[in-house]
Ligand binder design. Structure first.
Ligand SMILES: *[C@@H]1O[C@H](CO)[C@@H](O)[C@H](O)[C@H]1NC(C)=O
Ligand SMILES: *[C@@H]1O[C@H](CO)[C@@H](O)[C@H](O)[C@H]1NC(C)=O
Ligand SMILES: *[C@@H]1O[C@H](CO)[C@@H](O)[C@H](O)[C@H]1NC(C)=O
Ligand SMILES: *[C@@H]1O[C@H](CO)[C@@H](O)[C@H](O)[C@H]1NC(C)=O
Ligand SMILES: *[C@@H]1O[C@H](CO)[C@@H](O)[C@H](O)[C@H]1NC(C)=O
Ligand SMILES: *[C@@H]1O[C@H](CO)[C@@H](O)[C@H](O)[C@H]1NC(C)=O
Ligand SMILES: *[C@@H]1O[C@H](CO)[C@@H](O)[C@H](O)[C@H]1NC(C)=O
Ligand SMILES: *[C@@H]1O[C@H](CO)[C@@H](O)[C@H](O)[C@H]1NC(C)=O
Ligand SMILES: *[C@@H]1O[C@H](CO)[C@@H](O)[C@H](O)[C@H]1NC(C)=O
Ligand SMILES: *[C@@H]1O[C@H](CO)[C@@H](O)[C@H](O)[C@H]1NC(C)=O
Length: 267
């Protein structure tokens, strides 16, 4: 009776433990695959690799591409300035962003130039800087356009240029501060014809290319995988069975436990 029980119980325990190891392994691989296959959906914007944050785990993209969804607005922090993501173009790949501190205002709390991290992004063509000047003396500098606005910050009046002024008004001491805000050149041209479009030019933002290897990720996706990073930050293709360096490949030697059918045959 006892021997019979052991004869059956031992293999049964063996099967159960092997099965649970196998299930655990494939579950975590499956979770990585599944976690990075979900898009971030926020206020009509959908983002996938290289972006992560919200429902996408931190291994679904490089550190600089973290986004946050705040009241239906997708936000990204680039070189310590928050930007709203207005639009995405996954095939470029690129994003159109606008500065949050200049959103529906030309009076930010602090005066900081648009400053892109060029190891993560690059400027697309067709961009220019709109330069704001704050606290300028009443003397009209040629080419400097003043607005009727006054900012709470030091009671500063606001002027701007769409093209570089002949001499730097800040260096000259005519204005206290200057800020470069990158915009589309077409918006700057519209502004030159119509001063009423100042806020629209700023809120329209500008387009940034992403410094990522899109070919690498596309190959992974075509093979049924989802793109992400391994523990050392290198590219990884998460597949249903395991993570691969480039594409899903069922024949590569894997770190998997024995499959269920082979266990059954073993018994
Ligand atoms: C997948 O994402 C969920 C939710 O963010 C998280 O709880 C889970 O730990 C993630 N899975 C893995 C394998 O990282
Ligand atoms: C976000 O957008 C959804 C639909 O687009 C809407 O139902 C929801 O109320 C919005 N939430 C906020 C905080 O604006
Ligand atoms: C730019 O991005 C790289 C890569 O993520 C990062 O190491 C670096 O600290 C960033 N620089 C700034 C100024 O944020
Ligand atoms: C952006 O992120 C940096 C750290 O990476 C942080 O110091 C800074 O306060 C953030 N800026 C904003 C506007 O959230
Ligand atoms: C805009 O100004 C910033 C900061 O001064 C500079 O880094 C950038 O190259 C300028 N962009 C364009 C399109 O001129
Ligand atoms: C801007 O404000 C300064 C005081 O801060 C004032 O002297 C100057 O006349 C103002 N300039 C314009 C163009 O209103
Ligand atoms: C800006 O100033 C220049 C030179 O004074 C002027 O020709 C142009 O019409 C002004 N533009 C706007 C938008 O006020
Ligand atoms: C704006 O950027 C240009 C270069 O694109 C630079 O020459 C100028 O000094 C910058 N202005 C400010 C206010 O930083
Ligand atoms: C991470 O990925 C990189 C690039 O694919 C590779 O060179 C490196 O060996 C991987 N590291 C680990 C721990 O898998
Ligand atoms: C797996 O990858 C190797 C090396 O990249 C390749 O030679 C082989 O054909 C691939 N097998 C499958 C099934 O894709």
């Amino acid at each position: 009776m006892h021997t019979l029980l052991l004869q059956w119980l031992f293999p049964l325990l063996l099967i159960t433990s092997f099965l649970s190891i196998n299930v655990e392994l494939s579950l975590s691989q499956y979770e990585q695959h599944r976690n990075c296959s979900e898009d971030i959906k926020c206020g009509g914007i959908r983002l996938s690799y290289p972006f992560w944050g919200e429902n996408r785990a931190n291994y679904c993209g490089p550190p600089g591409f973290e986004v946050e969804c705040l009241e239906n607005v997708t936000m990204i922090n680039i070189s310590s300035i928050n930007y709203r993501i207005l639009k995405t173009n996954p095939s470029a790949p690129s994003i159109t962003v606008a500065r949050q501190d200049y959103w529906q205002t030309v009076c930010p709390q602090t005066y900081e130039n648009t400053n892109i991290n060029f190891s993560l992004f690059d400027y697309t063509s067709g961009l220019t800087n709109l330069t704001f000047y704050y606290g300028c003396a009443s003397i009209n500098l040629p080419g400097l356009n003043s607005t009727s606005q006054t900012c709470d910050t030091n009671n500063d009046n606001v002027s701007y240029v769409t093209r570089s002024p002949p001499s730097d008004p800040v260096a000259n001491g005519y204005c206290k501060n200057g800020v470069n805000v990158t915009v589309f050149r077409t918006a700057a041209l519209t502004l030159e014809a119509n001063p009423m479009t100042l806020q629209a030019a700023v809120d329209g933002g500008f387009e940034l290319g992403l410094q990522i290897n899109n070919v690498q990720c596309n190959s992974c996706v075509e093979s049924g995988g989802t793109c992400g990073l391994n523990t050392t930050g290198g590219f990884s293709c998460f597949c249903l069975d395991q993570a691969y360096a480039t594409v899903c490949n069922a024949t590569a030697p894997g770190a998997q436990g024995m499959s269920v059918p082979s266990l059954v045959i073993l018994l």
